[in-house]
Design a protein. Structure first.
Length: 190
């Protein structure tokens, strides 16, 4: 079982690379944004609680997020090939909680794959994505704020996963096939 945390700034290619890993390796995929929207749409108890926080402009507490992720993770059964965690963890306490949740199931994160892309390229990609998709949050001002949040709050996880011995740095700039090949080299060695 190869549970993977895919990590990188907004626009680094996490979604694209996750899709490729799913096809090649048969992994499950948990995107926290998708999961939350699903729980809310389906009117689950967790979804109702999460919606209460979101409607009040608050972040969802780590404990609730872990409960939601655990319930989704468990839907893959006990004998899956692995799950890609996309968009979680975002903080060290979340990484510790994820580690504990998996440990209770006799599982672990096998690798953290960090897609590293220079900020000027991230800006270009996200602005282009906004123009193509119509996503209102992909404008220069909002993108800058999202990147600042990423660098200030999320990037300390790089050091945490380095200390765990499972950080894998991938140059996320260049040809899609080369980037995916570098990721496959990491996964194939697990």
């Amino acid at each position: 079982m190869k549970n993977i945390v895919i990590f990188g700034a907004p626009g680094s290619g996490k979604g694209t690379q996750s899709d490729l890993m799913i096809v090649k390796y048969g992994f499950g995929h948990i995107s926290t944004g998708d999961v939350l929207r699903n729980e809310i749409k389906n009117g689950t108890e967790l979804g109702k609680t999460a919606k209460g926080y979101i409607d009040n402009g608050q972040l969802i507490p780590d404990e609730l997020m872990i409960d939601i992720l655990a319930s989704v993770y468990d839907t893959f059964g006990t004998d899956h090939k692995g799950v890609i965690f996309d968009g979680f963890p975002r903080t060290i306490p979340q990484a510790e909680a994820l580690k504990e949740m998996l440990s209770k199931r006799g599982h672990c994160v096998a690798a953290m794959i960090e897609l590293d892309v220079p900020e000027d390229e991230l800006m270009k990609r996200l602005i282009k994505r906004g123009q193509e998709s119509g996503r209102s949050d992909d404008n220069a001002e909002t993108i800058k704020k999202r990147l600042d949040v990423y660098h200030n709050q999320t990037s300390p996880l790089v050091d945490w996963y380095e200390k765990e011995g499972i950080r894998n740095h991938i140059d996320g700039l260049g040809e899609l096939d080369r980037i995916f090949s570098d990721i496959c080299n990491v996964i194939d060695k697990l």
